[in-house]
Structure formats: C-alpha cells, structure tokens
Design a protein around this ligand. Structure first.
Ligand code: HEM
Length: 208
C-alpha cells in the first residue's frame, strides 16, 4: 500500500490520538480518584511506561519503513519522538511533584542515592537535547552534527529499559522482556550502529 500525503495525514492524526487518549484517561482517573490504592505510584508507572512505549515505537519506524518500502512513514518519527519526550517530562514531573512534593533540591540527593534514577535522568537529558534540536531549521543549520546527535537515541534505547529493570525489586520478567525488545530494535540497525563514530573509536584500538 502506498502512503499518500492524505493517508500520512490521517496516520499522524491517529498517532496524536494514540498519545493524547491515555493522558485524558489518566486525567479522568485522577479527577474521579480511580487510580487504585497508590495513585502516586500509578502515575509514575503509567508515564514511565508511556515514555518507554513511545521510544520503542520511534525505533520501530525506520525498520518498518524499509521493510514496507514506505519512505513517507519516516515523517512520523518527529511526532512520536516529541510525544515520547513529553511523556518523559510528565514522568519526571510526577516523581518530583508527587513523590518529592516539589522539593527540587532533593532531586539530586535522590538521584545520587538511587542509581536507577541517574540512568533514567541520563536518558531524559538526551531526549531533551533531541527534542530541542528536532526543529527543521536547526536540523539544516547543524548539518552532519544533527545526525550524530540524534544517534544518541540508541543509547536511550539501552538506558530506558535498564532504568526500568533496575527500579523493580522482584518482578523482573516484564522489564527483562522490554530490555530484550529494545536490544532487538538495536540489533535491526546493527550495521549503522557499528558505523557510529563512538563504536569505531572504542573498537578500533582492539582491531589494530
Ligand atoms: C528516558 C527516560 C525514562 C524512561 C523511559 C523511564 C521509564 C520508566 C519505566 C518504564 C518505569 C517502570 C514503570 C512500571 O513499573 O510500570 C519507571 C519507573 C520509575 N522512574 Fe522512570 N523513566 C525515565 C526517566 C526517569 C527520570 C528522569 C526519573 C526521575 C528522576 C524517573 C523516575 C522513576 C521512578 C521514581 C520510578 C518508579 C520506581 C519504583 O517503582 O519505585 N524516571 N521509569
């Protein structure tokens, strides 16, 4: 099937809806006090999962576009990436507002105390840099540096599931499956990954 501009438009609308509806549902749950026995944990977990799902969807687009020979599908990456970043910000805000009660000074102490928060924070800092530079005008101005910067999303694809796995105390099956899925998404682009400047720098002394 050809992805005509009209179909692409509707696909983008569907994607926006897919990201907005869970937030409306969450807001509804908050308003009616229907988020279970621990609404704070519920909100943190819901937004954390949303960030991870968005990230995985972003990483799925390129292999899918290649497989289906649907170049225009690539135009949905920015939209999904920005929603992923928004969910990430909501996740951080949920933690700072509901868990730390807006004690921003506690954030650093908590991050240093709980290493999985440091891993999550590193992921969100990278997502922030990618969101800020996602503007078309900046992409043009940055030239080849833009792609180099945006390759850092592959590191987020490792940091995010590790953050999740590290955050759980016992039930490791689900986070392990997420980690495996992220590793598979990275495996799909192994050739590109092996060609990144970072990997070449790390591995070139080994081969010489
Ligand atoms: C790329 C960015 C991030 C992603 C993808 C992410 C994702 C996740 C996921 C999937 C969970 C587990 C949800 C569940 O158990 O159902 C989680 C838990 C959590 N995350 Fe994040 N996170 C990110 C960044 C952050 C940041 C920046 C913070 C705060 C500094 C943070 C704080 C937490 C906390 C407090 C939990 C709950 C841990 C617990 O159950 O006690 N995360 N995150």
């Amino acid at each position: 099937m050809r992805l005509t501009p009209g179909r692409l438009f509707w696909l983008k609308c569907a994607l926006h809806t897919g990201f907005i509806l869970p937030l409306l549902w969450l807001g509804w749950g908050v308003a009616l006090n229907q988020l279970g026995g621990d609404p704070v944990q519920y909100l943190i977990h819901f937004t954390g999962k949303g960030t991870l799902h968005g990230l995985m969807l972003t990483l799925l687009i390129t292999p899918l576009a290649k497989r289906l020979k649907m170049g225009p599908l690539m135009q949905t990456r920015r939209l999904i990436g920005l929603w992923t970043f928004s969910y990430g910000v909501l996740h951080l805000l949920a933690f700072v507002s509901l868990d730390l009660l807006f004690a921003w000074n506690m954030l650093l102490t908590e991050i240093l105390k709980r290493p999985y928060l440091l891993v999550g924070m590193a992921g969100l800092v990278i997502l922030t840099a990618l969101a800020v530079t996602s503007l078309k005008s900046l992409q043009r101005r940055m030239g080849p540096h833009w792609q180099r910067l945006h390759n850092w999303v592959y590191l987020v694809a490792l940091l995010a599931p590790v953050h999740y796995l590290w955050s759980v105390k016992s039930e490791i099956i689900e986070p392990s499956l997420y980690l495996l899925l992220c590793l598979w998404l990275l495996w799909l682009r192994r050739e590109k990954l092996l060609n990144t400047a970072f990997i070449r720098k790390v591995f070139s002394p080994l081969s010489s």
